[in-house]
Design a protein around this ligand. Structure first.
Ligand code: TYD
Ligand code: MG
Length: 479
């Protein structure tokens, strides 16, 4: 190849330069600049390896000449809208489906990121099981689960524990080329690769997990997915140190990015879409990690209420807020503790400090509470962070309750934003919030006056919706 161009590429961060540097100019790590030869324009640009024999493996480098712009009508004619998404059935499948925007899209590349140990392999094995169980017309298609981290026996053991008996092929390999070659002839319903950090392409320099490998392997998998129409699900670990080769650099390559999150000492796991070329990103899936795998949580709305809250003994300083995450409504408990006779210090946990300060000031000025001589502690139960102003009213109510030492009955919920004049303001999706509260058997829901008028009565027969104009009215109603 006459026109070969030499580039120097950092194996740590991917920075490339026309000359060699002892210390990478981008990430400042020394000794990482390696020589890379890229062919001239007829070869693939970045991957740098030549086209393999026809047939198997030809998806690796993008082939020129085969791609051409298509007319919109041409594209849409070929689409069968009923098979546009692969449905995932059952309660677990519904939950995953919702996060994906209604099912798995054929030919899509989905990245599932999360901390090590959060349950990604478990999630994907369960997804593999429901896809393999068959859907449309009872037609089953096998699913291939490839692991570069575990042996097939280990995956088999996990499948046993999850009582999976579907048609899943297990394969343990790190070589992407080998994986795709072996997978293609099975023509599976889906391909799962666990994890992107453990696979490599021979032609690319750097060790598995390095930026170049991770990017190139992902691109190869993307081309495979697009070409074969087989959906590919990819696992990626995120490390606390903000690993540069972690899934974050891949977010723009893949079609869908889901993150799996969970508190260390809780069995709840959340699945959130942070990027979705085929749907919205506000969906949230809630699961519980049990001894036999992940289970969809049916009573997700109440899961953040503390157990004490359900008890009959009611303490002062507790109030229930109604927040939205995606299309989901959650009830969370706000705790306040006001200590008199001390300096006005404030300790806030799970609420923005500025917001808490504002609410306290409004309570002093507009509701006449003597909080200046009180130390105020605020806490959101279960380690959640309250990011919505819809929780203002519950925060104010919790503070009032503690300050006046009058408990709020545990079947009262609060929804509303507080303005500087102490007035209650509307928040988005009021109806949805109020209905959730009613469905959970609450007796009373305090809302801004304007919202009360807008709400119908249907479904609210058993709950009193009380509209208040300002904080004074709330205090008169509740205490
Ligand atoms: P795993 O899926 O291996 O996590 P990741 O792939 O994200 O690293 O699961 C990790 C944890 O899940 C592990 O600590 C054990 C727990 N677990 C259960 O509690 N129940 C189960 O049925 C399974 C399979 C795992
Ligand atoms: Mg794993």
């Amino acid at each position: 190849n006459a026109k070969e161009k030499v580039q120097w590429v950092c194996s740590n961060c991917g920075y490339s330069a026309g000359q060699w540097w002892g210390v990478c100019r981008s990430c400042s790590v020394s000794g990482t600049m390696k020589e890379a030869r890229f062919g001239d324009d007829s070869d693939s640009v970045v991957s740098g390896f030549s086209v393999l024999e026809d047939g198997v493996g030809s998806w690796l480098p993008q082939q020129e000449g085969e791609m051409r712009p298509l007319r919109l009508a041409e594209v849409n004619r070929g689409l069968d809208h009923h098979h546009w998404r692969i449905p995932l059935s059952g309660p677990f499948g519904d939950e995953v489906s919702r996060v994906l925007g209604g099912g798995l899209v054929p030919g899509s590349l989905t990245l599932i990121g999360g901390d090590p140990g959060v349950g990604k392999s478990t999630l994907l094995l369960q997804i593999a099981a429901i896809i393999a169980e068959g859907h449309n017309d009872g037609e089953t298609s096998p699913v291939v689960y490839v692991s570069g981290e575990e042996s097939v026996e280990q995956i088999g053991n996990r499948a046993d524990r999850l009582r999976i008996e579907s048609d899943i092929y297990l394969y343990s390999s790190n070589d992407v080329e080998d994986i795709l070659k072996k997978v293609q002839y099975l023509s599976p319903g889906a391909l799962i690769v666990d994890s992107i950090q453990t696979v490599y392409l021979k032609e690319i320099m750097g060790s598995p997990g390095g930026i170049m490998q991770v990017k190139e392997c992902t691109s190869a998998l993307l081309r495979f997915a697009k070409k074969t129409n087989i959906p590919v699900l990819l696992i990626g670990h995120v490390t606390k140190s903000g690993d540069i080769a972690g899934p974050r650099v891949l977010e723009h390559i893949v079609d869908v990015v889901l993150y799996m999150e969970g508190e260390k000492y809780s069995s709840h796991r959340m699945l959130r879409a942070v990027k979705n070329r085929f749907g919205s990103t506000d969906e949230l899936g809630v699961f519980e990690m049990s001894h036999s795998g992940l289970q969809a949580v049916s009573n997700a709305s109440e899961m953040f209420l503390s157990e004490q809250h359900m008890d009959s003994e009611i303490l002062a300083g507790l109030a229930v807020a109604v927040i939205m995450d995606g299309s989901r409504t959650f009830l969370i408990e706000i705790q306040a503790l006001c200590l008199s006779g001390s300096t006005g210090s404030r300790q806030v946990n799970g609420i923005q400090v500025n917001r808490a300060d504002m609410i306290i000031s409004v309570l002093i000025k507009q509701a006449g509470l003597r909080l200046r001589e009180h130390a105020v502690f605020l806490n959101v139960v279960s380690g959640l962070t309250l990011a919505e102003t819809a929780g203002d009213l519950a925060i104010a109510a919790a503070i009032c309750s503690s300050c006046l030492e009058i408990p709020i009955p545990n079947d009262v919920a609060f929804i509303g934003e507080i303005g500087l004049g102490g007035e209650l303001r509307m928040v988005p999706r009021m109806e949805k919030r109020v209905y959730t509260v009613a469905k959970l058997g609450f007796r009373m829901c305090i809302v801004p006056k304007v919202a009360e008028k807008a709400l119908g009565t249907e479904g609210l027969e058993k709950m009193k919706v009380v509209g208040c104009r300002n904080l004074k009215e709330v205090i008169n109603t509740v205490f």
